[in-house]
Design a protein around this ligand. Sequence first.
Ligand SMILES: [Zn+2]
Length: 143
Amino acid sequence: MDDGLRDRWLQEAQRRMARAGMRAGAARTTVVALLARDGQCLVSAQEITSRLAGGAAGSAASVYRALEDLHTLGLLHRVYDDDGIARFEIADPAGRHHHFVDEQTGAIEPFVDPRLEEAIAATGRRLGIELTGHEVTLRGRRR
Ligand SMILES: [Zn+2]
């Protein structure tokens, strides 16, 4: 994810939070800053909390609330992993990407594939669906 996108996301996040009348609470501000800085794929509230350990964001519960607020504002994608844990990442409407989960290491890597996007759009048309979103997760191991 490029720096320009993260800068634009940060500005948009500040605009939407202000418009929604959300106070610039410590947890929310810190979480937004961390997401914009790292731009990492699919992080959990627990991972963010431990990355902020000793910082101003407070408990895992307040980090989770901040993530839910940002998801409600359309600023984050939320995906549940196999263990039912919510994972979040910056919503990226322009450069839509999907994920490869390496089952040997547990690493999550982003990928983009324009032909896959075309195929999904065509399937939506064929089924008479107005698509509002989709997620694709590939699982496996590196050859
Ligand atoms: Zn991602």
